[in-house]
Design a protein around this ligand. Sequence first.
Ligand code: ASP
Length: 308
Amino acid sequence: MIRHLLSGADPDLATATQILDTAAEMATVAGREVKKLPALRGRTVVNLFYEDSTRTRISFEAAAKRLSADVINFSAKGSSVTKGESLKDTALTLQAMGADAVVVRHPASGAPHRLANWVDGSVVNAGDGTHEHPTQALLDAYTMRSRLGRLAGLHVAIVGDVLHSRVARSNVLLLSTLGAKVTLVGPPTLIPMDISAALAPGTAVSYDLDAVLPDVDVVMMLRVQRERMNDSYFPSAREYSRRFGLDGPRMRRLPEHAIVMHPGPMNRGMEITPEVADSPRSTIVEQVANGVSVRMAVLYLLLGGNNL
Ligand code: ASP
């Protein structure tokens, strides 16, 4: 098993499959009256969040608690210390407290990698800048596998603001390990030129959503990340939705079995309409539920668990 989970490229096929299989076992705990396992009793998990989060923070907290770990939540938002220094100082504090795992979200790409050099425990990247969000990719893969029965050979379209999306990057890396084919779709301004070559050879790029939809098993809509945009990347929100938003008529171009995903939070009416988000094809609520099982599996395996 790997020691840290920093990137969607960290787990090889065997490890990724082990995480997904373990998550399936963890999911059975969610159906019990007492949603708790003693697996991480006496271990300490620190959630270190330097950036806003709803789903991910709550999900990691629930995951650690369901495994009976001691959980310390540290929300550093609003702290005025400079990034590099504050992170190192915090790392030393965590080290002194004997954290077994540190779950970190940070606005700077690469921050979890630096942290991994400073602490003895396992580091889990819960989203770093525009770089990576590997547990999101794992929960997305888990959701695809449970809805469609397999991952190898699936065709997944990842649509929208690829440029600013750590979800897209981690998904491309993990899905290529798992044998799925990815097509990135969006306006040219939001798809980095070198992305397919740099991330995973074989990743396709298209600027025409309507042309791609009839051929996919999964369409993953990305949030337009306005908070990370200094320039204008498209003429107007209306124009963006018209070309790259998923609405009812577009959804009906998908093959019958195809599913619609979104990592949240959604801009309803921008990249996805309520009709699509709330339709039976949408896995958005399942993704959140699966997130807890997948994060339980990640914490359990990183901290050395091997029997449940
Ligand atoms: N929640 C995801 C993330 O933190 C996706 C998003 O914010 O759009 O990266």
